[in-house]
Design a protein around this ligand. Structure first.
Ligand code: FMN
Ligand code: MN
Length: 453
């Protein structure tokens, strides 16, 4: 985490807020405003009610994810698939246990940053919350994100999506009338963050993916009150257990689609221990923001990429921006109608989320829907390049069928006429000096502007 922040600072991509900010709305409001103008990381050094600084806006661009994986500009998906394969080889040696750090500070939950984000949220939440737990039957560890509502020093309430591995583990434990032990990690190294976003087969250990990303076993230490190995990069750790046959009110919460999920009966996490590193930096994610979605768009895109690679030639990269309800395929069309076949294949890669599928040429930025729409609107007819598929169910949480139907859009150049659509360029854009002799204008500058002065 520290190395990652240092690398952002060295690249001039880390901002610092030194004034005291209120964790109730003000921190989220500033995060929103920063995101309007920059993808730089932000560290809030003084958050009221806690001594722990809070970082946000860290995983905001595909470029940054590519850097973390050592992938070229158009290569996120290919590199991710390669790492998933490598993870198989790390499965037997994913972690290396070390001594527990001596600088751990034991404290109470209310000393951690408790951030309230949206107007109607039911309370403060941990949004970068990564749960580590073990399959009760096989003992295989799992990492996954599950936002957690802060109730008091002894209790969190957590919504476990029914399809997620953690929910499966909890159900298994519950059937035996037992609690499920888990540890909540807040602020982790990038390899743990990325691995937690991955959805691997249930019998796979996401820590093996983290090891593949770092190229070495993940250093861990023994947890204090539960039978788990804590990744040493974790800044703040909350140990505890999900209570069996116990559900309490959680929510409302403003979640990734941009709306509130109403309050509902959800899981109860009883806290047995809470500690942090003496130099801890916590991580806050504004749900549904670029930081939240960028990772999911990339990882879901990689799933579609893998599906397409086996079926259609010429696929370069895939993104699920925006909000992973969309899929955009970057490809090199090789024959007339090729892009439509890719679109058709992409619909079956994921039955929930890819409501719209676009295919674009190599020169289009697939993480920017303005570019994708520009390509669609400038490279051919809008009527004959649009396919509408009626009455197909989508996203599971959909009682009114709002997510039914699919749309496919071929935004590639007309086949055989590619040369007519060469993008214009301005020479020197990448290397031009943007700092020397450049300054902000004083209010009276315009009046003083003279020829030759
Ligand atoms: C930044 C981020 C936040 C997320 N927040 C939640 C969440 O609050 N609740 C949830 O059920 N899933 C959330 N997810 C999705 C899943 O936790 C995540 O995709 C994970 O891979 C599921 O892992 P699993 O396949 O081991 O169950 C989030 C994913 C990311 C990347
Ligand atoms: Mn999993």
């Amino acid at each position: 985490m520290r190395d990652f922040l240092n690398s952002l600072a060295a690249a001039g991509e880390l901002l610092v807020v030194d004034r005291e900010v209120d964790p109730r709305f003000e921190l989220a409001a500033m995060t929103r405003r920063f995101q309007d103008t920059t993808d730089h990381g932000v560290v809030f050094t003084r958050v009221r009610g806690t001594k722990i600084p809070v970082a946000t806006n860290l995983y905001t661009t595909r470029r940054r994810l590519n850097q973390l994986l050592g992938a070229p500009a158009d290569g996120f998906c290919a590199r991710w698939i390669q790492l998933l394969e490598e993870a198989g080889r790390w499965r037997q040696a994913a972690t290396a246990q070390e001594r527990r750090p001596e600088d751990l500070i034991t404290g109470a939950l209310h000393e951690l940053p408790a951030i309230t984000y949206h107007a109607k949220d039911g309370g403060p939440y941990f949004t970068s919350a990564i749960y580590l737990a073990r399959d009760p039957q096989t003992g295989v560890p799992n990492l996954s994100f599950h936002r957690s509502m802060i109730i008091n020093d002894g209790e969190l309430r957590v919504r476990l999506g029914t399809t997620h591995d953690l929910a499966k583990y909890q159900r298994q434990a519950e059937e035996q009338g037992r609690p499920l032990e888990a540890a909540l990690l807040i602020g982790v190294g990038p390899e743990i963050f990325l691995a937690a976003a991955a959805s691997l087969p249930t019998d796979w250990d996401e820590l093996a993916l983290a090891a593949a990303v770092r190229g070495s076993p993940v250093p861990t230490y023994a947890a204090r009150t539960v039978d788990l190995e804590i990744p040493a990069s974790a800044q703040c750790v909350i140990e505890g257990r999900f209570l069996p046959k116990e559900r309490r009110t959680e929510g409302p919460f403003g979640e990734f689609l941009g709306y509130y999920v109403p309050a509902g009966d959800n899981h109860v996490f009883e806290i047995t221990d809470c500690y942090w590193r003496s130099d801890a930096i916590a991580h806050s994610i504004l749900c549904g923001s670029r930081e939240d979605l960028c990772v999911l768009e990339a990882v879901y895109g990689a799933k579609t990429y893998r599906h397409l690679k086996d079926r259609v030639p010429g696929i370069i990269d895939v993104s699920c921006a925006p909000a992973f309800m969309n899929t955009t395929i970057k490809m090199r069309p090789q024959y007339e109608g090729h892009a439509r076949q890719a679109i058709l294949a992409a619909f079956s890669a994921d039955l929930d989320y890819n409501r719209a599928v676009f295919a674009v040429d190599e020169d289009v930025d697939i993480t920017d829907m303005n570019e994708v729409m520009w390509a669609f609107l400038t490279r051919g007819r809008v009527d004959t390049r649009t396919m509408v598929l009626h009455d197909i169910p989508g996203f599971y949480r959909d009682p009114h069928k709002d997510f039914w139907g699919r749309i496919g859009i071929d935004a590639t150049k007309p086949f055989g006429r590619e040369a007519e659509f060469e993008r214009k360029t301005v020479p020197g854009v990448d290397g031009v000096d943007m700092t020397s002799g450049v300054r902000r204008a004083d209010p009276d500058l315009v009046a003083r502007l003279r020829c030759g002065e």
